[in-house]
Design a protein around this ligand. Structure first.
Ligand code: CP
Ligand code: NVA
Length: 311
């Protein structure tokens, strides 16, 4: 059974096919064509944390593909009312796939372990693979191609950064993390990336201005992720020199694009003038969540259509 717990679950060829499918489905939508590729299929959304983009983009995307989605709130009692196997094996009889946003990555692994239905990771503490799909689509649209591009992430070596490092390795793009000491990406994650993609061009620096010097895209995310609220004061102190502001942007090529997964804390990791500035693709990036995930859903649940419609 095909799961999408992380980008390690797919090959670079699969990834490129998903991105091409997303592009085709996005073009069709722009032309007013909403093919019912997933007619009568149903996905569930099981979320342990808040969400705007991930939830609404999956729900709207599934509807545009002719399918249905069910948002499952806390009353379904995941992890509380019954055993994980009973919960998952029952859910798997009702839906064709589940998108899960979990506090712990182990929770999505547990859900997938029963093979009751395909599981899509809608963000965990470890990675955010759906976000990375949309980010690459955005870079491709900005430059005409993602090939050979240099993505620089300024901030925490968190779930978003980890997925970006991996997707860059898969697509032979260069990835740089500029972070304070102690906020690097997890060493076991990086060891897995290096083992799977030995030629990956990934570096970690502690000087943001040096890091952005050759950037094609500069990306940032919140300093305090969901679930880390108790560390907020310490994090504000640790990250104070890593704000994406006008001065830092001036250290990058003028052609560099600005990305952020959102939600942002304006005035903290990024300033208003940068987020709203000419170099920002952030709003279109958020819109691409839906297009990228439609590509993923069609790849997972409507493979026959791809064979006939995507080259
Ligand atoms: N970027 C992202 O995942 O946003 P949400 O938390 O709103 O889903
Ligand atoms: N790193 C952030 C991303 C939110 C989309 C978090 O985990 O809260």
């Amino acid at each position: 059974m095909q799961h999408f717990l992380s980008l390690f679950d797919i090959s670079p060829d699969d990834l490129q096919l998903i991105l091409r499918t997303a592009g085709v489905v996005k073009q069709k939508l722009a032309a007013g064509d909403r093919p019912n590729i997933l007619k009568n299929q149903v996905i569930a959304l099981l979320f342990e944390k808040p969400s705007l983009r991930t939830r609404v983009s999956f729900e709207a995307g599934m509807a545009q593909l002719g399918g249905e989605s069910l948002f499952l709130g806390s009353d379904v009692g995941w992890g509380k009312r019954e055993s994980p196997s009973d919960f998952t094996n029952v859910l798997g009889q009702f839906v064709d796939a589940v998108v899960c946003r979990a506090k712990q990555h182990a929770q999505v692994e547990l859900l997938a372990s029963f093979n009751a239905m395909p599981v899509i990771n809608g963000l965990t503490d470890r990675c955010h693979p759906c976000q990375a799909l949309a980010d690459i689509l955005t870079i491709e649209e900005a430059f005409g191609s993602y090939a050979g591009k240099h993505l620089v992430f300024v901030g925490d070596g968190n779930n978003v950064a980890q997925s970006l490092a991996l997707i860059c390795a898969m697509l032979k793009m260069r990835f740089t993390l500029a972070c304070p000491d102690g906020y690097e990406m997890e060493s076991d994650w990086m060891a897995m990336v290096q083992a799977a993609y030995p030629d990956a061009e990934i570096e970690t620096l502690h000087d943001p201005a040096a890091a952005v010097k050759t950037a094609d895209a500069i990306y940032t995310d919140v300093w305090t992720s969901m679930g880390q609220e108790a560390e907020m004061v310490a994090r504000r102190q640790a990250f104070k020199d890593f704000q994406l502001n006008k001065t830092l942007l001036q250290a990058a090529p003028t052609s560099a694009r600005v990305l952020h997964c959102l939600p942002a804390v304006r005035g903290e990791e990024i300033t208003d003038e940068v987020i709203d500035g000419d170099q920002s693709d952030i709003v279109r990036q958020a819109g691409n969540r839906m297009h990228a995930q439609k590509g993923l859903l069609v790849w997972m649940l409507g493979r026959d259509w791809i064979g006939k419609n995507v080259v």
